[in-house]
Design a protein around this ligand. Sequence first.
Ligand SMILES: O=P(O)(O)OC[C@H]1O[C@H](O)[C@H](O)[C@@H](O)[C@@H]1O
Length: 542
Amino acid sequence: MSAHPDLDAAWASFFAEADRARTRRIADLFDDSDRAMHFSARALGMLFDYSKTHIDGAAREALLGLARAARVESMRDAMFSGARINGSEDRAVLHTALRNLSGVPVMLDGEDVMPGVLDTLERMKAFARDVRAGRFKGQGGAITDVINVGIGGSDLGPAMATRALTPFHDGPRCHFVSNVDSADLADVLDGLDPATTLVIIASKTFTTIETMTNAASILNWMSVSLADPAAQCVALSSATDLVAEFGIPPERVFGFEDWVGGRYSVWGPIGLSLMIAIGPKDFTEFLAGGAAMDTHFRTASLADNLPVLLALVGLWHHQGMSFQTRAVLPYEHRLARLPAYLQQLEMESNGKRAAQDGQSLPHGSGPIVWGEPGTNGQHAFFQLLHQGTEIVPCEFMIGAEGYEPDLAHHHRLLVANCLAQSEALMTGRSLSDAREIAASMGFSGDKLMAQAEQRVFEGNRPSTTLAYPRLTPRVLGQILALYEHRVFVEGVILGLNSFDQWGVELGKELAKRLEPLVAGKAPPEDMNQSTGLLAAYLRAPK
Ligand SMILES: O=P(O)(O)OC[C@H]1O[C@H](O)[C@H](O)[C@@H](O)[C@@H]1O
């Protein structure tokens, strides 16, 4: 007898609905003339349309039943209340406190974390203002360039958001170095003046090999021409003792606590490069957007709750319809790094095999997430989205307005393309229409059939669209918090801990063991022969 009979029953109705849906055509669901209204939701000025999916009223009831049976609301409240929901690391999950601009107390072990959070935020703002105004100087004058050295969560958030908010840049240029591949560092340093460059070393643990290696090499680069390279360094970290050992004085260290996961950390000190690029005021807007989404997530009913709906649609496609991946397709060129950011957020959070109690997950983990901005993707992999034998649910994103009023016709084309794709995926093209096309091209007989078949689009391919007014700092904050909570809800329903990442450890350990071998020293005793062959080739390629 299961310990969770309600949850088991909810999963059973979920799978029964998914089975029923397999034979259904999405386009037929639009016989209901109100479907678009009934299968979309609005919040904070954004519109989430999930009507172009196989979900009907009964399926939605089953999905909401699953959210209720998995106790999504009480788990949500537990997260916001500072409970240690990250069980394997025995940590609370309170990145939301970083954007809690109201300052309403957030208690952890009987203590309010907000005074510390707001104090750090004020210090960041003061420092960002000094850098932007030229009061904080490099050894050659005002700072012209900022390099954020970090990887994973200490890179993807600020790198993605800084690019997303290009129209708001009015500070020094910001660059990002993450890869241990020297090519990354060399390309960023090329053309920079060490005397006017600020280096931000961003690492929660301050032990990550890529970041520490890059930081050391940057300091070497600076030391060729500067008397005191460390004077132009800032650290963003939870490991204040290691930062002190490294030699960065406390006034240039911005700390955060272990209850902020790396991939959830852009809202705090890890966002410093973004704050320097766009200024404290717009950064505060970004935080306000995240906070507004938190309030929505905490107060909206499940059926109107955007993060819950995104999560349920995701589970429906992956667990219910057995679609293995999902594509994130921002029709917003400045969100080019969003798919990479979401890959870490979603796959590092929910790409797991074991439940909190160590049992195998009964219904698997989260899906593979990938994507590219439109319209570029249309000229690359959309072929497979339309005619491949794998079905990939697509998540489109589009703003009503861009930032180039003189080029408004570009934006109209962008919107038309985005809408055209979701419609084409759903409606497809029938064999008879394809035959007509082939006939009009002059084909006949067997050739006509062959030509026609290749022009058939099965259609019935699901997508959702998130539409927003314009990509402002506030809207970006809303979107990122929306996805964070979506990942959380999916994780709760799947029964896993979204906040640890044990799956990244093994490769790191092995890399450490293999380094001597790559350097030509003794191989580890239990080294695999394929690895040995590759290492030998890479030492002397012939
Ligand atoms: O910020 P750091 O401690 O340097 O960690 C950087 C990144 O590396 C780790 O391997 C984790 O997979 C990420 O979650 C983390 O964001």
